[in-house]
Design a protein around this ligand. Sequence first.
Ligand code: RP5
Length: 176
Amino acid sequence: MPDIAIIMGSDSDMPKLAPCFEILEEFGISFEVVVSSAHRTPEETKAWAKSAKERGVKVIIAAAGGAAHLPGVVASFTTLPVIGVPIETSLMGGLDSVLSILQMPSGIPVATMPVGKSGGANAALFALSMLALSNSSLSKSLEEYRVRQSQKVIARNEKLQKEGYKNYLKELGGSK
Ligand code: RP5
């Protein structure tokens, strides 16, 4: 029984969600991944969204790009929380996706994540935060994740202070 369900409008969205899959794997949370489009397979999308709660899903992550109606359409068929991930597009870098997902009418909420590589990662972490409300071990794991994240930044700053910005920049790939 998957705790989290991830739906994408196209398989072309999948690489952008790699950080999402990786984080959920790291936390050992069960999840399902499907491709189903609000526009190309509306009936299948509807059936999937309507049956999610019965399948034991607690949170849905929906990713789409361009005319990104998928998260909103999914949210219209379920009262489960829906987290929208706007996928980058060639036309406007994903601003079109952000606006399509963000501007939901009152009554059907969708939580909108950042566009770009943070979107998938934050969607996973946000979904985990929701599950952690009733799972103390997951809550502890999330706290430990934050500590590890802080430690990485502190270590990087220590290295920067030790080596100086010129050497650090060279290691990062050089100045332009
Ligand atoms: C959206 O259209 C998908 O979510 C995808 O981001 C975009 C383009 O889909 P493809 O033409 O690559 O299948 O529905």
